[in-house]
Design a binder for this molecule. Structure first.
Ligand code: PEP
Ligand code: MG
Length: 754
C-alpha cells in the first residue's frame, strides 16, 4: 500500500477547507471529513471519537465501520486503543492492532477485519477533546508523513468540534462539576516557602482558531516576520542587563539564541505552512512534534534542550502579527505561575515582586529552574501531574512549598489557615532580621560560626542581608549546571574572583565540582549508571579526568592571587584520593608563583566528610588537611544505605538517630584531638533541633541554606552549651530509633527556642 505523497497533505487540507466553509450541520461536515481522510490516506476506515462528560469517548463519525455504531460505541479513557491514545494524549501507530494488549473488541463496529491502526489525539487549548483513527485491513506501518498528516487533520477537526460546539461545554461543568470544586494536589518541594496568588498559565496555550490557510504566501510572511521579531527579542534579552542575574541568565539566553536561528527548526515551520496550515497551526504542529519526542526521551540533557525548543515555540506564537512577548516583568497582582516545565531564563522573565510561587508538572530539585528559584527565594512545588488539567487561568492558588501541597480554588477555611501560616512566616522573618546584628555566641558565651551555603552570584548579592559569618560551602557545580557549555578557565576565574570581591574578605570555602549523582552537566556526557549516587561522581570524576579538576583549580588559584583561598574536595573516600587531588592543587599553586599575578596569599585545603570509609582514616587524613566539613546529606545516605532522593525511604532513618549522632561525635572527637577546624554543611546544620544536638556534640561551625540561618541563630543564642553536652553525649548510647523526643523535652525544659 502506498503512503501519502508530500503534496497530498496540501490537497487534503484544501478539500477540508472547502468542507469547513461549506453547508450542512456539524455532524454532516464531520462525516464528510472522515470520508475525505479515509480517501486521501488510502485507509478503509476513518473514525472520529469525541470526549463526553465522565471521560468517555463516543464514536461520532466513521467511514468504514458499521454506521449504526455511531453514538453507540463508547470507550472510557484508558479503555481499548482509542482510550489509550486519549489517556496518554499521544499517537499510536500499530501494524497489528489486534495483538496489542490494550485492544478491546467492539462487535457492533465490525472492526475485526482491520489489522493496522493509526490514531492521534484531538487537542484544543491543551485539552483532549477526541481521538481520530484510521484503519487498514493489511498489516502495515504508517509512515511518519502519514502520522503528521493525521495530526494536522486532527487540528482541523478540533476547530470544527469547538466552533460548532459539537459537545456542549456545559456538559462538562454540569456533570463533572470538578472545575469549581476545591482541589488539592500533592507534589514535591523544589524550593521551600509559601506563596498565594492568581494562576497564570506560563505557556500561552497556542490557540489555533483556524488551522487551514487560504493564502499560503500571507501565512509564510506572517511566520517569517514573527521569526525575525523573535530573533531580535532574544537578542535584546541577551543584551539587557539584568543586574541581579547577569551572568547566569546570559548563558541561558545564548542557548535560546542558538535555537532561534536553528535552520532545521525554521524549515520545519515553513514546511508546515507550505502544506496549507496557518502560521499558528504550523507552530503548534512543530511544537506537538517536539513534545512527542520529549515523551520518549529520558536523557536529561536532551529533555532540557527540547523543553527550551518548546518554550521557543510559545514565544514565537506570541510574536505573530506584531504581538510582542507577554511582558512577564509587568505582573500586576500576586501571581502563581503554573507550567509543565520551565527553563531558568523563563523564571527570570517574571517580575519578582509579584511572582509568589511556581507549580510545575515536572521538575526535580536539581533542575535549573529549581536551583535558580531557591536562589531567588521563589517557592516551587513540582511533579504535580494533573495540575494543568485542573487549573483555570485567573483562579486562586495557594502553594505550600513547606509541605509540598498545592490548593486550587481553596475553601474559606483553607484560605484562612494559609493566611495564618503566611503571617506567622512573615513574623518569624522579621524576628530573625532583628537578630541579624547580634554576635553569634551561645547563651553561655561560646563563640560560634554561622555560615551559609551558596553557589550562584545572586546568593552573594543577598549575603549582606543575612548576618552570616561567611560562606561555609560554595557549591561550584551550580555555575556549571546553569550553563549550556563548559565555562572556560577565564570565565571561571572571573566568576570566582567576583565571588571573592563581593565577599570582601569574609571567608568563603569553595568546593570543587561535585557532579554526578543527582547533579548532571548538560554538556558532559556520562554513561547511564545503575546506582548513580554510588557511581562516577564528584572527586572520582576529578581524579579520572584531571584536566577538568586542574582547570578548575587553576581558575580558583588565579582568582585568589594575593588573597586567601579556602577550598575542599567532595566525596573523598580514602586519604590517597585527597593526596592525589592536593598534589594537583600544589602544582597549580606552584605554577601561579611563576606568574606575574602570583599565588594566593594563603591556601587552606580541606575535604568534605561524606563517605563513611574516610571516618576510619581520620587520624591519617587530619595530618594532611587544614580543615574538614561534614556533608551530612551524603554521609547519611551512605551510612544508612538510603537514597536521599527517594521519598519512599528518605525519611526512614531519623537524622537524630543515636547511631548517626555517635558517628558525628566520633568525627568531632578526632578533629578536636588533632586540633583541626571542623564544620558541618549538610541540611541538618540548618534545622534547629539537629543543630542543637550538634552543639552538644562539639560542633561550633555550621553552614546552612540562607533561609534557615535565623532559626538556628535564635536556637544558638538561647542555648547553654555546657548543660547540653553531657546530655547529648549520653543520648548517643541509646538503642532507640531516634532521640528526637528527648532532645525536644530538653529544649523545652531549658527554654531553648527551636
Ligand atoms: C552533603 O552531602 O551534605 C553536602 C553538603 O553536599 P551536597 O548536598 O551538595 O551533596
Ligand atoms: Mg554531598
Amino acid at each position: 500500500m502506498s503512503g501519502l505523497g508530500i503534496s497530498a497533505p496540501r490537497l487534503l487540507l484544501r478539500k477540508l477547507h472547502q468542507v469547513m466553509a461549506g453547508h450542512g450541520d456539524a455532524e454532516q461536515r464531520l462525516n464528510e471529513i472522515v470520508r475525505l481522510i479515509a480517501g486521501n490516506m488510502i485507509a478503509e476506515v476513518c473514525s472520529c471519537y469525541l470526549r463526553r462528560a465522565g471521560d468517555v469517548l463516543e464514536l461520532y463519525a466513521t467511514e468504514g465501520l458499521k454506521k449504526n455504531s455511531v453514538h453507540k460505541t463508547r470507550l472510557r479513557f484508558g479503555e481499548g486503543l482509542v482510550g489509550d491514545i486519549a489517556a496518554h494524549a499521544r499517537p499510536l501507530n500499530l501494524s497489528d492492532a489486534q495483538s496489542h494488549p490494550q485492544f478491546a473488541y467492539r462487535p457492533e463496529t465490525g472492526e475485526e477485519e482491520y489489522h493496522s491502526l493509526l490514531g492521534t489525539p484531538i487537542l484544543r487549548g491543551g485539552r483532549l477533546i477526541g481521538v481520530l483513527v484510521v484503519q487498514n485491513r493489511t498489516r502495515r506501518t504508517y509512515t511518519e508523513e502519514e502520522v503528521e498528516a493525521l495530526q494536522t487533520v486532527a487540528m482541523v477537526v478540533a476547530e470544527l468540534v469547538s466552533s460548532e460546539q459539537m459537545v456542549s461545554a456545559t456538559e462538562f461543568s454540569d456533570t463533572a462539576g470538578n472545575a469549581t470544586l476545591p482541589h488539592h494536589i500533592n507534589g514535591r518541594i523544589l524550593a521551600e516557602g509559601l506563596g498565594a496568588g492568581t494562576a497564570l498559565l506560563h505557556e500561552p496555550r497556542i490557540e489555533v482558531v483556524h488551522a487551514i490557510s487560504n493564502n499560503r504566501a500571507k501565512e509564510l510572511a506572517r511566520l517569517n516576520s514573527a521569526v525575525n521579531s523573535l530573533q531580535s527579542a532574544v537578542e535584546k534579552l541577551l543584551v539587557a542587563t539584568n543586574t541581579l542575574f547577569k551572568d547566569e541568565s546570559k548563558e541561558i539566553f545564548e542557548a535560546y539564541k542558538m535555537f532561534a536561528h536553528d535552520k532545521g527548526w525554521l524549515k520545519k515551520l515553513q514546511d508546515a505552512v507550505n502544506t496549507g496550515l496557518t502560521a499558528e497551526a504550523a507552530i503548534k504542529r512543530v511544537q506537538d512534534d517536539t513534545r512527542a519526542r520529549m515523551k520518549e526521551i529520558t536523557d536529561p540533557y536532551l529533555r532540557e534542550r527540547l523543553s527550551e525548543l518548546d518554550d521557543l515555540a510559545n514565544r514565537l506564537y506570541l510574536h505573530l502579527d506584531g504581538r510582542s512577548q507577554i511582558d512577564r516583568r509587568n505582573l500586576e497582582k500576586d501571581t502563581v505561575v503554573v507550567a509543565r516545565n520551565m527553563g531558568a531564563a523563563e523564571l527570570l522573565d517574571y517580575d519578582r515582586r509579584h511572582l509568589k510561587a511556581v507549580v510545575l508538572v515536572e521538575g526535580t530539585r536539581s533542575s535549573h529552574v529549581a536551583i535558580v528559584a531557591r536562589a531567588l527565594g521563589v517557592p516551587v512545588v513540582g511533579q504535580c501531574a494533573d495540575v494543568l488539567d485542573a487549573v483555570e487561568q485567573g483562579e486562586l492558588i495557594l502553594v505550600d512549598a513547606e509541605h509540598g501541597q498545592v490548593f486550587l480554588r481553596p475553601g474559606e477555611d483553607v484560605q484562612q489557615a494559609f493566611s495564618r501560616s503566611l503571617r506567622q512566616r512573615a513574623q518569624r522573618q522579621a524576628k530573625y532580621a532583628a537578630l541579624r546584628d547580634k554576635p553569634n555566641i551561645s547563651k553561655d558565651g561560646v563563640p560560634l560560626s554561622l555560615n551559609v551555603n551558596a553557589g550562584l552570584l545572586i546568593d552573594i548579592d543577598h549575603f549582606p542581608e543575612l548576618g552570616a559569618d561567611g560562606i561555609g560551602l560554595f557549591r561550584t557545580e551550580l555555575q556549571f549546571m546553569v550553563r549550556s557549555q563548559m565555562p572556560k578557565i577565564d570565565e571561571q576565574t572571573q566568576l570566582y574572583s567576583r565571588v571573592l570581591d563581593k565577599m570582601n574578605g569574609k571567608p568563603v570555602i569553595f568546593r570543587t565540582l561535585d557532579i554526578g549523582g543527582d547533579k548532571f552537566l548538560p554538556y558532559l556526557k556520562t554513561k547511564r549508571e545503575e546506582n548513580p549516587a554510588l557511581g562516577w561522581r564528584a572527586i572520582r570524576i576529578g581524579l579520572d579526568r584531571p584536566a577538568l579538576l586542574r582547570s578548575q583549580l587553576r581558575a580558583l588559584v588565579q582568582a585568589a592571587a594575593g588573597r586567601e583561598l579556602s577550598l575542599m574536595f567532595p566525596m573523598i573516600a580514602e586519604v590517597t584520593e585527597f593526596l592525589e587531588a592536593k598534589a594537583i592543587l600544589n602544582k597549580e599553586v606552584e605554577r601561579a608563583s611563576q606568574k606575574k599575578a602570583g599565588p594566593p596569599k594563603k591556601v587552606n585545603v580541606g575535604t568534605m566528610i561524606e563517605v563513611p570509609s574516610i571516618v576510619w582514616q581520620l587520624p591519617h587524613l587530619l595530618k594532611e588537611v587544614d580543615f574538614i566539613s561534614v556533608g551530612s546529606n551524603d554521609l547519611m545516605q551512605f551510612f544508612f544505605a538510603v537514597d536521599r532522593g527517594n521519598p519512599k525511604i528518605s525519611d526512614r532513618y531519623d537524622t537524630l538517630s543515636p547511631s548517626l549522632l555517635m558517628l558525628l561525635r566520633n568525627i568531632a572527637d578526632h578533629c578536636e584531638q588533632a586540633g583541626k577546624p571542623f564544620s558541618i554543611c549538610g541540611d541538618i546544620a540548618g534545622r534547629p533541633l539537629e543543630a542543637m544536638a550538634l552543639l552538644g556534640l562539639g560542633y561550633r561551625n555550621f553552614s546552612m541554606s540562607s533561609e534557615t540561618l535565623g532559626r538556628v541563630k535564635e536556637m544558638a543564642l538561647s542555648t547553654n552549651i555546657g548543660k547540653l553536652e553531657n546530655f547529648v553525649r549520653g543520648l548517643c548510647q541509646s538503642r532507640d530509633h531516634s532521640v528526637r523526643d528527648q532532645l525536644r523535652a530538653f529544649a523545652r525544659d531549658h527554654s531553648i527556642i527551636i
